[in-house]
Design a protein around this ligand. Structure first.
Ligand code: IMP
Length: 424
């Protein structure tokens, strides 16, 4: 059975939780492939509102095995807290499988992110302060500790001593902070190890076996294409790769297994944290999108910046991910706007770009070129089929398909599972 990749096409917060939850119905495995507890998925299932950060939303279905693959960075304290919360709401979490190759977020990652972001002052990225960047930096520098190290105290202690010597020197000498105590970290992490052990597995072999046995596997990205370390708006990005290609590196199988690549696209655009955003609306319209869309971060509670849909960026996301279909979310938020603009390209210093400009400085100066579509006044959250939508809303969807050159398969008009209308 082929694999499906599901990912965000914008700067995150496209409503992936909802989309993944809807698509997960026919899946046997749901795999989270990058990021950490910087992500936040809100899922409403059977009347329950659940906030997931690290655990794939597949956990809510008894027939699905949720998997956290190698490319995810794991804060064990956070993971155990999330498992506890799920358990308390009656969810059976015993099926979760966690790769032993995942890198650990350590207490010094959190501490260092706090001081380095502060040090950057007005140049700070506005990260989620979960230690994500420092953990991935140590992974690349080959000084990271991994989940598997938790099960060999001697190795864990040795690796920690080496890395902590450098981290404490930075914390004390450069930032004037107190050093962290290695023994305390060992004690705490060894304690957590016992609770994590039942979930740890060789997830690559597990997924190979699943595909060989004809099971369906969904690979779920966090954040979004424009926050990708390589393909996003660097340096205003996260420290991992949400793009489709990385899903395979993380899960550990090849591209021939993938048949569908579903891009989640919100009917407008939001961004949290710093960085360029050509279609940002700083006036009343942006405010209104934020209020109607309840655009506040799941993780940090920060107000999201809001603006109109950017089809040039969507085309780019389609290209770099090889999207086969779009899942359009939050169309209901656009009711009540007389005109709905879509950005089709940019003007930079008198020159026109139909695509994402290749140089960062150009993108910072990019002015959107808009095509204005008719809006619709009716609320659409009770629509049961695509045909129930007002004509202008349907035309908006069809125009997105044309501009992105990818078909929209589902339109979402509210947070509940039932508010998903097949549009094919
Ligand atoms: P980090 O991932 O915490 O290092 O933050 C880097 C950038 O990515 C910041 O601008 C964050 O606001 C943004 N970011 C990280 N995770 C998410 C997410 O799940 N949704 C939206 N933005 C995110």
């Amino acid at each position: 059975m082929p694999a499906t990749i599901v990912l965000g096409t914008q700067w995150g917060d496209e409503g992936k939780g909802k989309a993944v939850d809807y698509l997960a119905d026919g899946m046997d495995f749901v795999v989270r492939y990058q990021g950490g507890n910087n992500a936040g998925h809100t899922v409403i299932a059977e009347g329950r509102l659940l906030k997931l950060q690290l655990i794939p939303s597949g956990i809510l279905y008894p027939h699905i095995t949720p998997v956290i693959a190698d490319g995810v960075v794991v804060d064990p304290r956070h993971l155990l807290r999330e498992l506890d919360e799920l358990r308390r709401t009656g969810v059976d979490v015993s099926r979760l499988r966690l790769s032993g190759n995942c890198h650990l977020i350590m207490p010094y990652h959190l501490e260092l992110e706090k001081v380095t972001q502060r040090f950057l002052g007005r140049n700070a990225l506005g990260t989620t302060k979960r230690g994500i960047g420092p953990a991935y930096a140590d992974k690349a520098a080959r000084i990271g500790l991994r989940v598997q190290d938790l099960f060999d105290q001697k190795i864990f202690r040795e690796k920690l001593e080496i890395v902590l010597r450098e981290k404490n020197a930075i914390l004390t000498k450069l930032y004037g902070r107190l050093p962290l105590d290695g023994d305390e970290i060992v004690e705490e992490y060894m304690d957590l190890a016992g609770s994590l052990e039942p979930y740890v597995a060789d997830t690559s072999t597990l997924l190979h076996g699943a595909l060989r046995d004809g099971k369906s596997v969904m690979l779920e990205g966090a954040q979004g294409t424009l926050l990708d370390l390589d393909k996003g708006t660097y340096p205003f990005v996260t420290s991992s790769n949400p793009v489709a290609g990385y899903a395979l590196a993380s899960a550990g199988f090849g591209p021939k297994e993938v048949q569908r690549v579903v891009g989640i696209v919100k009917a407008y655009v939001t961004r949290v944290g710093a960085g360029p955003f050509p279609t940002e609306e700083l006036g009343e319209d942006g405010e209104r999108l934020g209020v109607r869309g309840q655009e506040f971060g799941t993780v940090t509670g920060r107000k999201r910046r809001c603006g109109w849909l950017d089809a040039a960026l969507l085309r780019y996301a389609s290209r770099v991910n090889g999207l086969t279909e779009l899942f359009l979310t939050k169309l209901d938020v656009l009711s009540g706007f007389e005109r709905v603009p879509i950005c089709t390209g940019y003007r930079v210093e008198g020159k026109q770009f139909d695509d994402f400009p290749p140089h960062q400085s150009l993108f910072h100066k990019a002015e959107p070129i808009y095509e204005e579509l008719d809006g619709w006044m009716e609320e659409v959250d009770e629509a049961k089929t695509f045909e129930d939508l007002p004509k202008a809303a349907r035309e908006y969807v069809r125009r997105i398909e044309e501009l992105a050159d990818v078909p929209v398969s589902v339109v979402s008009v509210g947070p509940a599972r039932e508010q998903s209308l097949p549009a094919g």
